[in-house]
Write a new protein. Structure first.
Length: 120
């Protein structure tokens, strides 16, 4: 994996993982890696809507003034807000993952190695 996962409090892991064998823990770590990448992609899409410089799909502007069409995102197109917006995906992903993720990893880990979950 290219990026290290943020530290996750063991108390936030599912009980099956905390009490599981090495295979269960390994499957969960792999699934957390996938969830981390998924969250990063989703938050990058979210951040792109914050600084979007495109007009709405129908080509009309809400204000009726075409002079502000280049700053239709929530933060506009100011360079300082653009720099701030570029930090949003990483910060949001790290926050979610350090809180135990959104639950995708648990389900994915069970699908990766169902036999390990039966052996516990």
């Amino acid at each position: 994996m290219g990026s290290a996962l943020p530290p996750i409090n063991a108390a936030l892991e599912p009980a099956d993982v905390r009490n599981g064998n090495a295979q269960v823990k390994q499957a969960y770590q792999e699934a957390l890696g996938f969830e981390d990448v998924l969250m990063q992609e989703l938050t990058q899409e979210l951040a792109s809507t914050v600084t979007s410089s495109s007009d709405p799909a129908d080509g009309t502007s809400d204000s009726g003034d075409s002079s502000d069409s280049s700053s239709s995102g929530l933060l506009g197109s100011d360079p300082s807000t653009s720099a701030f917006a570029s930090m949003i995906p990483t910060a949001l992903t790290q926050s979610v993952m350090s809180g135990g993720g959104v639950g995708v990893a648990d389900q994915l880990a069970r699908a990766l190695d169902p036999a390990a979950w039966e052996k516990k």
